[in-house]
Structures are given as C-alpha cells and as structure tokens.
Design a protein around this ligand. Structure first.
Ligand code: MN
Length: 398
C-alpha cells in the first residue's frame, strides 16, 4: 500500500480542460482536498473568464488557456502579477493538453469541442480522465486506435463507466457476458407521450438525482445521454452492442454492473456524487479516504428497476442504430443532438421534436463507412448546418 503522507512521492500534475464547468469545478474540489497528492498544471475554459481567473489565482497553475480569444486581454491582465502563462484560442487548448510535465488530462469540456484536445493528449501519451463522452461517441475507433499506439490510457469519469471500471478491477481477462448500464430515467420518466409534447426546458433542467451542466441534463431527460454512454461503453470496454443493456434504476445508487460469463454480477454503489469517479480516475488503482456522504441501506426501503421505454424516449434507440451502423453515423447523431439541444434550451422546438429532427438528419446526412479525422470534422460541420435547417423549418410551424 502506498503511504500518501510520504513527501517523496511527486504530486501528480493535472490539466483540467473545461475547468469552469460542473465536472471541472468538482475536480478542483477533489484536488483542493488532496493537495499533497495532486497539483494543477493547467486550466482551460471556453468562455467563463472570471471564474477561470479566480481558479488560476487560487490553484496557481503553470498555464491557463481560454478558448474564446475575446477574453485574452482580460485574462492576461488579471494574472499579470503571477508567473502563469496565458494562452487563447482553441488550438492553444489542444497544445496545453500535450505539455510534457502533465500526468493526467481531465477532459471536461462539453460536446464535440473535446475532440481535438483529447486527440492531442492521447497522442502525447497522457493518462486521460475522460469526462467528455462525446469524443468517444464521435470518433471512438480513432481514439481507441491512437490510445493503443501511443500507450495512453483512458480512465472513465462518467459515473456508469467508472462503476464498470471499478467492477472490472482485479478481474484480468475474465470473460464479460454483459455490461448493465443504469439510468435514473431523468425528470420525465413517468410522463406520457402527450405530456412530453409540452414539457419545457426549465422542467427538463430539474434532474432528480444529479447536479450537472445544462447540456447533459437535457441529454439525461431525453435518454440521449444513456445512448451516448452505450457507445462510450463499447469503446472503453471493447464489447459489442448486444452485450450492453440499459436498465432504469430511479434511485441512482447502483451506478452500473458487470455480468460475467459464470453468471455472477458485480455492482458498484454509493450516493450519486461525481467527485468519487473523478477522484478514482485520479488515484487509480488506489483508493483514498473521503468525507463524501455514505449510503445508508436502512434509509432506503427499495431499489427498483424497469426497462427503458424507447417509444417515449426514441433517442436511446437512435444511439443503438448509430452504433450498429458505425462509420460517421455516431458523429452525425452527436452533431444533430448538439444543435437540437441548443434549440430546445432556447424554446425554439419542443422536447419530442428533438428526436424527430435527429431521425430526419440521420436519414439525410451522407454516410461514410470508414471516416478519417477530416471526414469527422466535415461531417460535424455539414450535419450542424443540416440540423439548423430542420430546426428552422419546425420552428416556423410552432
Ligand atoms: Mn453518466
């Protein structure tokens, strides 16, 4: 066992891409509580410059980068009295991710924007604490191949995948029969199709169990998040679509399970708190003590389970379709989803119309069986445009 009080163990150098978001801020809490183990080497954000400045002043990283170049001067001036290097622009974020002293890169940015920086970090052989699931949805094959050739390891931060990863610890090559991903079912689990027509973005933003950013909260309400997680699981654990099952577990205490070839099922449980999977990715294969809330079996009278309803939540079946089709189809799915979620958040389209548009776009977009990185970039661009056209068409009718 490692003695963590030993001052001779060098602190792990951590880069947080997307430090001002929900995962980024919770990761900084974990680092703050364990400052004898971890040090912040770099912080990056896209737009929230004030919070980035505050974080940089507190954690004193070697460097910070802001995606939106309009904020560069403000950032530079606010940190002028500190020896912190300041960069701006999307490319600088990808460059920060490959800096030599970094041990772990936490990819916590939202959506497709995570792709390029994750590729840089993987190529540089970093350990990736992966919170940006869209990267694996869009280009899972490419990332997996790159990780294998550069000896980079990808540690899941998504709670379901962290649960599976924890269940697999110590199992070597024991054959997996299936992965069972749990889903809370989101805020609309019990709503009828008729009711779902009229739900608002404000209602969707009230998740019953997890505190998360806006985009992933809408994805959770529509089950697209679970669909993405199925694709993410396929790439992380090398299983086929038939080996991944989704079960709705509204209490969100079992975070996911693995069923082995001998019929035994292992589950990972605990209170829903993203700090645990973040910390586990940072300390793996070790565990360290926390003051996180403990689950009390005597306070919970039942665990319940039900099948996800893909008639009301079609996005889940579209994700399985995209995964089976392969090629650039998951990239199309992701780009279409990013646009419809943004439109729903602005109340331009209804909740069910998100799925209508995704279905149309998946049928219309050009399919590429063996996409290169350039193909993914082009697919993303073209699909966004196509999806916006569909949003405008429907928006006019509303
Ligand atoms: Mn998750």
């Amino acid at each position: 066992m490692i003695n963590y009080m030993d001052d001779n163990i060098p602190k792990k150098q951590i880069a947080i891409l997307g430090s001002t978001g929900s995962i980024g801020t919770q990761a900084l809490e974990v680092i703050d509580k364990n400052d004898s183990l971890f040090e912040v080497y770099a912080l990056t954000a896209n737009n929230q410059v004030d919070l980035l400045i505050e974080q940089a002043r507190k954690f004193r990283p070697e460097m910070v980068a802001i995606g939106n170049e309009a904020h560069y001067l403000q950032l530079k001036e606010a940190l002028a009295d500190l020896p912190i290097k300041v960069f701006a622009g999307d490319e600088s974020i990808a460059q920060v991710a490959e800096m030599q002293p970094i041990d772990i890169v936490l990819t916590a940015m939202v959506g497709y924007a995570g792709l390029q920086p994750t590729i840089s970090a993987v190529k540089a052989g970093k350990k990736i604490a992966l919170a940006n699931k869209e990267t694996l949805v869009v280009a899972g094959e490419l990332i997996s191949d790159l990780a294998a050739s550069s000896h980079s390891s990808i540690l899941p931060v998504d709670s379901e995948h962290s649960a599976i990863f924890q269940c697999l610890a110590g199992e070597g090559n024991n054959p997996i029969e299936k992965l069972i991903l749990t889903a809370s079912g989101g805020p609309f689990r019990t709503k009828s199709l008729e009711e779902l027509k009229h739900v608002s973005s404000a209602q969707a933003l009230k998740h019953p169990n997890w505190e998360m950013g806006a985009k992933i909260t809408i994805d959770s309400a529509s089950l697209m998040n679970k669909g993405f997680e199925v694709i993410e699981a396929k790439w992380l654990f090398g299983v086929s679509a038939e080996q991944i099952e989704v079960v709705v577990h509204p209490q969100s205490i079992i975070h996911s399970m693995v069923q082995f070839a001998d019929s035994s099922i292992k589950a990972q449980m605990g209170m829903p708190d993203m700090k645990l999977p973040i910390q586990y990715a940072f300390t793996y294969p070790d565990r360290i003590k926390t003051d996180f809330q403990r689950f009390d079996f005597t306070q919970c009278s039942q665990f319940t389970f039900e099948q996800p309803d893909v008639k009301r939540f079609r996005n889940l079946s579209y994700a399985y379709d995209a995964m089976e089709k392969g090629g650039n189809m998951p990239c199309i799915l992701n780009a279409a989803n990013e646009i419809v979620v943004a439109a729903f958040l602005k109340d331009k389209i209804g909740f069910l119309q998100m799925s209508d548009i995704i279905e149309t776009v998946m049928a219309k977009a050009e399919f590429i069986a063996k996409p290169t990185l350039e193909d993914y970039v082009a697919t993303d661009l073209v699909t966004r445009k196509l999806t916006k056209e569909q949003v405008d068409k429907l928006g006019l009718r509303n």
